[in-house]
Design a binder for this molecule. Structure first.
Ligand SMILES: O=C(O)C(=O)C[C@]1(C(=O)O)C=C[C@@H](O)C=C1
Length: 319
């Protein structure tokens, strides 16, 4: 973990991330080749990171979107649904493991107030409830900020932080592997204002956010049918309240494939015809680089052949 986030003497572009250096978000940004040698701007929350992108202060922001234990990061999903013209450029996976740290001299059974990022707390609360049944949670802007604040204020007794944190701060480790699930992973996305689509790689994902028509029985089924009838697999579907009235939800959907794949494009046309609001968040390579599998009758050539057939019959060509 470097002491500074300015990795180059003469950086030309800024990338925003939830800081300070050493957070899981920092580890995700460290996987991005084009961010190396550029200025990394440490921010305190997702809103600030996306505001940097919208205002042009940064070319892109790395933000957490989904955790294997806690599910969707609602602040990210809501921000992506309400800020227009953002594009996801790529996804990055970071395994998450946590330690409990404190100022030197602190005993585990004396810990009462635990500082932790809310998403980290949600992944460690079972351990904390078992070992420290009467603890109190003090929310922090990030896991590294939680650890750093122990040296700045005496409010918290301990912090949930990433492993290795004691190499950078004068703190002691009270316990390791305090995460409730040892194989937990957080998925991050790199978001920018770029509208240029990356080329399909055969191992892509497409993210959209769609609303359903009001008072339309079976509308969720109709939304899902757009994908199933084109052989498009969904890797994620989550609902988030729209916020204006009870019972109104939008759906955050990840599809396997690229918008330049005929079956995905055709499914999006279907969604667009029926949904009152569809946001396209981008097509980008899958983090695992696993090729998308689909049944051969949904291949590009089958769609092209069918379109040529229709064009031909409209033009009066012999069948
Ligand atoms: O605090 C950090 O280290 C972060 O990068 C934030 C964050 C998140 O927002 O989900 C990232 C990964 C973990 O799931 C917990 C917290």
């Amino acid at each position: 973990m470097p002491e500074t986030t300015d990795a180059a003497a003469d950086p030309t572009e800024s990338y925003s991330y939830l800081g300070p250096a050493g957070t899981f978000t920092w580890k995700a940004l460290d996987q991005v080749p084009q961010a190396r040698g550029q200025h990394w701007r440490s921010v305190n929350n997702v809103g600030e990171a996306l505001d940097d992108v919208v205002s042009g202060r940064s070319v892109a922001a790395m933000i957490a979107i989904e955790n294997s234990v806690e599910g969707g990061v609602s602040a990210t999903q809501d921000a992506l649904a309400t800020i227009p013209n953002l594009r996801i450029l790529g996804e990055y996976l970071v395994p998450v493991d946590f330690v409990l740290v404190a100022r030197p001299g602190t005993e585990l059974d004396r810990v009462r107030v635990v500082n932790a990022h809310p998403v980290a707390y949600a992944q460690t609360h079972l351990w904390l409830e078992a070992r420290l049944p009467s603890h109190e949670h003090l929310p922090a802007t990030s896991n590294v900020a939680a650890a750093a604040s122990l040296l700045e204020s005496g409010i918290a007794d301990a912090a949930i932080a990433p492993p290795g944190i004691t190499e950078h701060f004068d703190l002691v480790q009270l316990a390791e592997h305090v995460g409730d699930n040892p194989t937990a992973v957080t998925r991050f996305v790199l978001v920018s204002r770029t509208v240029e689509l990356p080329e399909p790689t055969g191992a892509d994902k497409t993210s959209i956010i769609a609303e359903l028509p009001a008072d339309h029985p079976g509308s969720l089924l109709e939304l899902l049918e757009q994908f199933s009838t084109r052989g498009v697999n969904m890797s994620l579907i989550e609902s988030r309240p729209i916020g204006d009235a009870l019972g109104r939800y939008r759906f955050i959907i990840d599809l396997e494939g690229h918008v330049l794949d005929e079956r995905v494009a055709d499914a999006l046309l279907g969604v667009r015809r029926f949904s009152p609001s569809v946001m396209f968040l981008g097509s980008y390579p899958r983090a695992d680089r696993l090729p998308v599998e689909y049944v051969s009758r949904y291949g590009d050539d089958v769609f092209t052949e069918a379109r040529d057939w229709l064009r031909g019959l409209i033009a009066g060509e012999p069948q």
